[in-house]
Design a binder for this molecule. Structure first.
Ligand code: SAM
Length: 242
């Protein structure tokens, strides 16, 4: 009886861990956001397992059935189309239900788009906030207003056709000089990491037809001078914080 969450590649099919492969080989069945997409990966890995559909449209209905099967002793691996299940993808409801029913849950470490985007951005990453997708309509302005004074680097998922609109709104809220980055097609052949003030990113992407998947990072508000050694781990010492 166990639920594994197995991160899968966000582009480059080599980006799956040895343990991820082992778990996919060992479980009774794989729960997949899109059985066709996951079928391609499983064929690439030479794994043949029962594949069941688990996506946002059936998440609520399937959770109880899956919990019952897990309680009967089954072991499942949940995968999404790309990256870590539960991160801007289905998974949270099943994890929560498993915890409520004392079913062991284990999320393997592995690919996710926001970590390479954040590190590639060159923006401070000692503290950051993952914002995922902004609401498209209702609640968007409220969310942006809440972030206006955010001091941590902010990480957003966005679709290519909304990139310019979103960068424009960021320039209004954070100011056109705010350092930011756009990471496009991470781990793929045409990976691109574009860094600069929001105004420059807008000018650059306005000239192009933006394609592929992307992550936007925006530096937080920096009222004060950057602290010496920001981003580095503090040396351990025995003194307690005051
Ligand atoms: N579960 C995934 C993860 O762990 O990153 C995220 C899934 S979410 C539905 C898809 C979004 O992730 C895309 O719209 C894009 O913002 C981001 N993303 C996924 N793959 C990417 C890639 N190769 N390069 C840049 N962004 C990517």
């Amino acid at each position: 009886m166990k639920l594994y969450l197995v991160p899968t590649p966000i582009g480059n099919l080599d980006d799956i861990t040895l343990r991820g492969i082992k778990v996919l080989q060992q479980v009774d069945a794989i729960l997949a956001e899109d059985t066709r997409t996951s079928g391609v990966l499983l064929r690439h890995l030479g794994i043949s397992k029962p594949l069941h559909s688990y996506h946002i449209f059936n998440e609520h209905q399937t959770v109880q059935r899956l919990v019952n099967q897990l309680k009967e002793g089954k072991t499942f691996a949940l995968v999404s189309d790309a990256g870590t299940p539960g991160i801007s993808d289905p998974g949270f409801l099943l994890v929560r239900a498993c915890i409520q029913h004392d079913i062991p849950v284990e999320c393997l470490p592995g690919p996710t788009a926001f970590i390479p985007a954040l590190v590639n951005s060159g923006l401070p990453n000692d503290r950051f906030t993952f914002e995922g997708f902004l609401p498209h309509k209702k609640g968007r302005q409220t969310r942006l207003a809440e972030l206006a004074g955010e001091e941590r680097t902010m990480v957003f998922y966005e679709s290519p056709h909304r990139l310019l609109k979103t960068l424009g709104q960021f320039a209004e809220v954070f100011g056109p000089d705010r350092p930011a980055s756009v990471s496009r097609e991470l781990t793929k052949l045409f990976e691109e990491n574009r860094r600069g003030p929001l105004s420059e990113l807008i000018a650059y992407f306005a000239e192009k037809t933006v394609k592929g998947e992307l992550v936007i990072c925006v530096q937080g508000q920096t009222g004060k001078k950057e602290k010496k050694g920001a981003g580095r781990r503090e040396p351990d010492n025995d003194e307690e914080d005051e």
